[in-house]
Design a binder for this molecule. Structure first.
Ligand SMILES: Cc1ncc(COP(=O)(O)O)c(C=O)c1O
Length: 381
């Protein structure tokens, strides 16, 4: 195939495809003069709640804020242990620490890279208050198992759904089996704005009201305050997100179609390919393969004009200086998380990537894989 450049992100293409609608939505907000806590923020919250089939959505400044604000709204704080995984984006654990609680890491299922429910009970102590499953790469964690453990031990469940908006489990919806669900709208997410944004979704009107208060300087009524913060989703981003939300299912279908092309094209190579659980709707926020020589493959792809990135190359408990004086505990071995961190590589994946581009990436990965097999063969002979 002729050489080409394949970038890692598609958000500029996405903007160009929707330019007329997005420009009009931004202009409308500009002219309205209502830039924060205005009508577009409210209507987007209603649309998002309806999309997720949940009672309440509250827009905040980022996915990170969504997490720690909901931890605070649910009363988590110093002395409380919160179980999660170590191979997630740093913010999952960071939010636990911002709330003043102790992060407890359990290992992942090496196939899905999501929390292994079989390991959760061993991590529970009298201090445990919550579990935070992450729907990593766009595939739901095994929520039925997580929710059953939470019920048995009277624990809260907060879903970190920054990466899987629009995904489904086999017979369960995201947000359905937990106390609250958090999402992120940072640029590259399946539903992304043009900067930072996030939301808390919940079926509890009390939790939603508390988040509304916390995000706005502890205020639900003008000039009446309690302790809070400033973390609001502005109306510009809400207006853009309203336009994009209508496209989300179609975009996720496109991600799934391109993932199928990667799967077929890379079958038979030495790479570990993403595992899509039967009956789940995986929405491929990222298409992550694993190989022992991840750095070699990344460099080779770069030499062919293809950007591949790593999510996440250092597990949180292996970050330098961990745990920075914060409360943290490791339950059992994190061998699968560590192995995954050393091996993961994300290939370009976005709704706007073309089949032609996927073909080019596949051809490059296969060429690298064959070269590697050839080298191993000649070393052995
Ligand atoms: C799994 C996960 N959790 C939390 C976050 C934090 O979201 P944000 O970047 O909007 O703060 C992200 C995204 O960046 C994420 O991928």
């Amino acid at each position: 195939m002729a050489e080409m450049k394949v970038g890692f992100y598609g958000h500029v293409r996405q903007y160009h495809n929707l330019k007329r609608e997005i420009d009009a939505a931004i202009l409308e907000v500009l002219e309205s003069g209502a830039y924060v806590m205005g009508p577009r923020g409210k209507s987007f919250e209603q649309e998002l709640a309806a999309y997720c089939n949940m009672k309440e959505a509250v827009g905040v400044n980022s996915g990170t804020d969504a997490l720690w604000l909901v931890f605070m709204a649910l009363g988590l704080g110093p002395g409380d242990e919160v179980i999660t995984t170590s191979n997630t984006f740093f913010a999952t654990a960071e939010a636990i620490w911002i709330a003043g609680a102790t992060a407890v890491f359990v290992d992942i299922d090496p196939k899905t890279c999501n929390i292994d429910p079989n390991l959760i009970e061993a991590a529970i102590t009298p201090k445990t208050k919550a579990i935070v499953p992450v729907h990593l790469y766009g595939q739901p964690a095994k929520m039925r198992e997580v929710a059953a453990i939470a019920r048995k031990h009277n624990l809260l469940v907060i879903e970190d759904n920054a990466q899987a908006l629009g995904a489904r489990g086999d017979g369960f919806a995201l947000g359905e089996l937990s106390d609250a669900m958090c999402t992120s709208f940072i640029i590259q997410k399946n539903l992304g704005c043009f900067g930072d944004g996030g939301a808390v979704l919940t079926n509890s009107p009390q939790v939603a009201t508390r988040i509304r208060q916390l995000r706005n300087h502890g205020s639900l009524k003008r000039s009446i305050h309690s302790m809070g913060y400033n973390s609001r989703l502005d109306d510009f981003h809400a207006a853009v997100l309203s336009v994009k939300l209508k496209e989300l299912d179609k975009w996720n279908d496109l991600r799934r179609a391109r993932a199928k092309e990667y799967d077929a094209g890379l079958a038979g190579t030495s790479l570990q390919l993403p595992c899509a659980l039967p009956g789940y709707r995986h929405v491929y926020h990222l298409y992550v393969i694993e190989t022992e020589d991840r750095d070699g493959l990344q460099a080779y792809l770069d030499s062919r004009g293809i950007t591949a990135l790593t999510h996440y190359p250092i597990a949180i408990h292996q970050q330098e200086g961990y745990p920075w004086g914060q409360g943290a505990r490791i339950s059992g071995s994190l061998a699968h998380s560590e192995r995954s961190a050393a091996r993961v590589l994300s290939l370009p994946m976005y709704p706007e990537i073309t089949s032609e581009e996927v073909k080019y990436v596949v051809e490059a990965v296969r060429a690298w894989d064959q070269g590697r097999a050839g080298k191993a063969g000649s070393a052995a002979s």
